[in-house]
Design a protein around this ligand. Structure first.
Ligand code: SF4
Length: 266
C-alpha cells in the first residue's frame, strides 16, 4: 500500500466518501462493505490470517505501513492547505487535549456509559451457569423434537442478542467520548456551533443504545429469572439515552454519509 494507491482508491466511484466515519464498525453485518473504502483497504491489508494476528510480526508491519501512509497523506494535505506543521504549538494542543480528555471522561453521559460497560461485564460474569443451563435445555429440546418448541430459533435469537450487547458494550462510551470531546474542542476554539462531527458520533452512540435496549428486551424473554437485574440495566440505558438526546438535541437528525440516505437521495 502506498499513498498514491490510496488516493486513487479514494476517487473510485464505488465508494461513499466518509461512510466509515459514523458507522458502528460492525463490518460483518454491514450491508455497505462494497461501498466502503475502509473495508476494501482492511481486506487488502489484513486478508491473510497472519496479518490479523496481533501476536504476529506481520500484523504490526502492516499496521506500521498503514500509519506511515496516513502520516504522509496528512503532511501532503497540510502542505496543500498552506499549514506549516512545524509552526504548530503541540504543547498547547496537548494541554488542551488533556483538558478535553479529563472533562469528557467526567461528563455525566461518559460516566453513565462507562458504568453500563461494567454492568454488562458483571451481568455476563454472573450468568455463566445460566448460559450452561440454557445450552443443556436447548440441546435436550433438539433431541426430544417437541412439537411446540423451536430450540434452534431460540438459540439463534439468544446468540444474536448476546452478539449485539457485546458489540455495543464499549462502543457507546467510545462514541460519546468523541462527541463530548468534539463539543469541548469547539468551545476552546470559541466557536458557537455544536460541530457536526459531535452530532454524528452522538448519533452512533444513540443507535448503539437503541439496539442494546432492544437486545436486552430479548434477553428478558430468554432469562425471565434474571428479570430484575435486566430491568436495572434497561433503566440505566434509557436514562443514558434520554440524557444523550438532551445534550445532543440535533444528533438524531444528523445524516450519516451513505448510511442515512433515503431512496430519494440516491
Ligand atoms: S461502513 Fe460498514 S464496511 Fe465500512 S467500516 Fe463501517 S461497518 Fe465496516
Amino acid at each position: 500500500m502506498d499513498k498514491e494507491y490510496v488516493k486513487k482508491l479514494a476517487k473510485d466511484p464505488r465508494f461513499i466518501p466518509g461512510i466509515y466515519n459514523y458507522c458502528d464498525r460492525w463490518c460483518e453485518r454491514c450491508p455497505f462493505t462494497s461501498h466502503c473504502m475502509n473495508f476494501a483497504l482492511s481486506e487488502e491489508q489484513f486478508s491473510d490470517p497472519e496479518a490479523r494476528d496481533i501476536n504476529n510480526d506481520v500484523f504490526w508491519a502492516k499496521l506500521s505501513e498503514a500509519f506511515q501512509v496516513t502520516l504522509e497523506m496528512v503532511k501532503e494535505s497540510a502542505e496543500e492547505l498552506g499549514i506549516d506543521l512545524e509552526s504548530i504549538d503541540y504543547e498547547t494542543i496537548s494541554q488542551e487535549d488533556k483538558i478535553a480528555d479529563d472533562t469528557a471522561e467526567n461528563h455525566e453521559c461518559a460516566r453513565a456509559a462507562k458504568a453500563y460497560g461494567k454492568m454488562v461485564s458483571n451481568w455476563f460474569n454472573s450468568s455463566k451457569d445460566l448460559f450452561e443451563e440454557k445450552a443443556d435445555e436447548l440441546s435436550q429440546e433438539v433431541q426430544l423434537e417437541l412439537p411446540d418448541s423451536n430450540p434452534r430459533a431460540e438459540f439463534l435469537d439468544l446468540k444474536d442478542s448476546v452478539d449485539i450487547i457485546r458489540w455495543y458494550q464499549h462502543l457507546i462510551y467510545v462514541k460519546l467520548i468523541r462527541a463530548i470531546r468534539g463539543t469541548l474542542r469547539e468551545a476552546l476554539q470559541s466557536l458557537d456551533e455544536v460541530p457536526e462531527d459531535s452530532n454524528g458520533s452522538a448519533k452512533v452512540a444513540l443507535i448503539s443504545i437503541d439496539r442494546s435496549i432492544a437486545a436486552w428486551g430479548q434477553m428478558r424473554n430468554h432469562f425471565p429469572e434474571r428479570d430484575d437485574d435486566i430491568l436495572d440495566i434497561l433503566v440505566h440505558l434509557d436514562r443514558l439515552r434520554r440524557k444523550t438526546e438532551t445534550v445532543f438535541p440535533d444528533a438524531r437528525a444528523f445524516i450519516r454519509p451513505g448510511l442515512d440516505y433515503t431512496d430519494q437521495d440516491t
